[in-house]
Design a protein around this ligand. Structure first.
Ligand code: GLU
Length: 292
């Protein structure tokens, strides 16, 4: 069965951009006779709060979005991510990285230093060559660290990878696209105090939940290339991707969770109907469900 998912992070209220993503997922799931799942992406326990989760689910109800229960909450599945990480470690593809933000900045303070698709400098990878005993000693002494993927080795082992893009990336690309995970360098898979990262948990959950179609904002288009690599390494099927344009504010800026004027709860509390919201984000009016 076609399985879609809407995967908000409960670190703020939903805005019109989320509403668009959720409604599009619901429409596509319905049109394909499939199902929609909701996944709460709350691995960042500092920024995520239960009251935002409650508000998000209430907003989805108010929009009339039907989804399969139970909702998967990532913070309840850290074991699944640990297992996946252990598999990557057993493949020799993970190393502990100790450079602090300031050290990374100092090491990469060169206009020619390579940058990832988000514009951040690639990790210098100094600690790749650190003797194992030295790394273990630092970890035992409580030094903060991140577990990073040995990207060049992972790419070498997996060879050329492709993914299907049914929407469009920021540059309008669609169809069967080549993944270029190397552009991200040694991505973080986990940290000292968080046993997973966004990339790892998304890939594990999409596989465990049988997600066939990932419909999400174009801001995550470039992340797909890392997800495709992790799927290949972990032996997971790749879903089909559909990246949609971001809803922008009147000034053309990307919406942020703190912007009150596009907050979904405020708009609906102020009397906006689901069809008003659909119109604002450029979706056709909902078809009334025939009453029996
Ligand atoms: N949790 C992510 C967000 O709220 C979305 C992740 C995804 O759809 O892959 O931006």
């Amino acid at each position: 069965m076609k399985t879609f998912r809407f995967a908000p992070s409960p670190n703020g209220p939903l805005h019109l951009g989320h509403a668009y993503s959720a409604l599009l997922n619901a429409d596509l799931a319905k049109a394909s006779g499939g199902r929609l799942l909701v996944r709460i992406e709350d691995i960042d326990q500092e920024r995520c709060r239960p009251e935002f989760e409650t508000a998000i689910l209430a907003d989805l109800d108010r929009l009339g979005i039907a989804y399969a229960r139970p909702v998967r909450r990532q913070s309840e599945h850290f074991e699944d991510y640990r297992d996946a990480l252990a598999r990557l470690e057993a493949m020799g593809l993970v190393y502990p990285a100790f450079l602090t933000r300031a050290e990374i900045r100092a090491r990469t303070d060169d206009p020619d230093w390579p940058r990832d698709p988000d514009g951040a400098p690639l990790y210098p990878g100094d600690d790749r060559a650190l003797p194992h005993a030295e790394a273990l000693g630092r970890i035992a002494s409580g030094t903060p660290y991140a577990l990073r993927l040995r990207m060049d080795e992972a790419v070498r082992r997996m060879g050329e990878l492709r993914f299907e893009e049914a929407g469009a990336g920021p540059d309008g690309k669609a169809g069967l696209l080549t993944a270029e995970p190397g552009r991200w360098g040694d991505v973080i898979l986990a940290r000292k105090d968080t046993p997973t990262s966004y990339h790892l948990s998304v890939v594990v959950d999409d596989a465990l939940q049988g997600v066939t179609d990932v419909v999400r904002g174009a801001d995550l288009f470039h992340a797909t290339t890392v997800h495709r690599l992790l799927q290949a390494l972990l032996g997971f099927d790749a879903p089909r991707y559909h990246h949609h344009p971001l809803v922008r504010d009147a000034h053309g800026r990307k919406l942020s969770k703190s912007e009150g004027d596009t907050g979904l709860s405020e708009l609906m509390a102020g009397g906006a109907s689901t069809n008003d919201i659909r119109r604002r984000v450029g979706l056709p009016p909902a078809q009334p469900t025939p009453s029996t």
